[in-house]
Design a protein around this ligand. Structure first.
Ligand SMILES: NC(=O)c1ccc[n+]([C@@H]2O[C@H](COP(=O)([O-])OP(=O)(O)OC[C@H]3O[C@@H](n4cnc5c(N)ncnc54)[C@H](O)[C@@H]3O)[C@@H](O)[C@H]2O)c1
Length: 307
């Protein structure tokens, strides 16, 4: 498999390192800054004898080197900075994502696109529009990250290993995140039996604000270890056909009573992209929150036409 990571900033470089360390394929790291992806790739290759992986990673500024990619991860663009409005971020990153997709598509017509650049739902929709790819080959990363954060916060609260915690969030990042309390378990026991309603709400709130909490600590830049781990999980599921149920920003065509919009839903990934959107048995509240999130995203995507 050939995997291109566009953008060699914090998220892109951490993603590239995780992918090559897991021997998931040949990795091409690309950026507009001359020397940056080349230097990072060389540094990562030099760690291969110690860590133990095939040093199949190159850095480049030339899209010709991305030709024939099976998976393309798009991390190019600005993180939200203090004082930057959503429309400012939308405008700046829409221009970047559009130009990236226009350069990727002719060289890798069969690729699967995974969008990471924020604002995520809008950028995923834009990438799908510009690429002209079938929509099951264009998806966004948000739910794997939000679910991991929630699992971690539950584990921290209860003093257990995060590996013993299962939880999933759907919908969108932030305010429109839809947690599924009925499906969360700790060591196989329902979470709702272990914590009260107030604690649950506190954990959800912290998960919704998790990105902002990290930004306020870092002062400059935003999270990248958990985001890159989330992207690597999605790529691994595609490359190794793990059939694991993952929450992914995917194009929904009637599932959950939602039509023709990108929104976070449980999917199974395969080498052809989104192989299946799985319709879980949601409670009435969860279902209406998911539908509201989808309508919120539809409205936000319409802002793209105002740029
Ligand atoms: N979906 C998520 O859950 C999630 C999580 C974390 C970060 N993000 C988003 O990912 C994006 C990247 O974050 P980061 O921390 O890596 O930012 P960063 O500033 O460290 O890196 C961005 C990189 O993109 C490059 N770039 C800009 N224009 C480009 C172009 N046209 N072609 C190729 N490369 C280009 C820049 O040179 C820079 O190296 C941001 O939009 C951020 O908000 C999303």
């Amino acid at each position: 498999m050939r995997i291109t990571v566009v953008g060699s900033g914090f998220v892109g470089q951490a993603t590239a390192m995780r992918l090559v360390q897991r021997n998931l394929g040949e990795v091409v790291l690309i950026d507009i800054i001359e020397g940056l992806p080349q230097g990072l790739a060389l540094d990562i290759r030099q760690s291969s004898p110690i860590v133990g992986f095939e040093p199949t990673i190159v850095g480049t500024n030339d899209y010709a080197d991305t030709a024939g990619s099976d998976v393309v991860v798009i991390t190019a663009g600005f993180p939200r900075q203090p004082g930057m409005s959503r429309m400012d971020l939308l405008g700046k990153n829409a221009g970047i994502v559009r130009s990236v997709v226009e350069q990727v598509v002719p060289r890798s017509p069969e690729a699967i696109l995974i969008v990471v650049t924020n604002p995520l739902d809008e950028m995923t929709f834009l990438a799908a529009e510009v690429s002209g790819y079938p929509r099951d080959r264009v998806m966004g990363m948000a739910g794997v990250l939000d679910s991991a954060r929630l699992r971690y916060f539950i584990a921290e609260e209860l003093g257990v290993s995060p590996l013993d915690v299962e939880a999933m969030t759907l919908g969108s990042h932030g305010e429109s995140m839809v947690p599924l309390p009925g499906r969360a378990t700790v060591g196989g026991r329902p979470l709702t039996e272990l914590v009260d309603e107030q604690t649950l709400e506190r954990l959800y709130e912290r998960t919704r604000d998790a990105g902002a909490e990290i930004v306020s600590l870092l002062k400059k830049g935003s999270a990248y270890y958990a985001p890159s781990a989330s992207v690597a999980k999605m790529v691994e599921s595609i490359v190794r056909n793990t059939e694991e149920l993952l929450p992914v920003c995917a194009w929904v065509t009637g599932q959950y009573g939602i039509h023709d919009v990108y929104v976070g839903v449980p999917v199974r990934l395969s080498r052809s992209g989104v192989a299946e959107i799985v319709e879980l048995d949601l409670t009435a509240n969860e279902l209406s929150a998911l539908r509201a999130a989808a309508e919120g995203i539809r409205a936000k995507c319409s802002d793209l036409s105002k740029l």
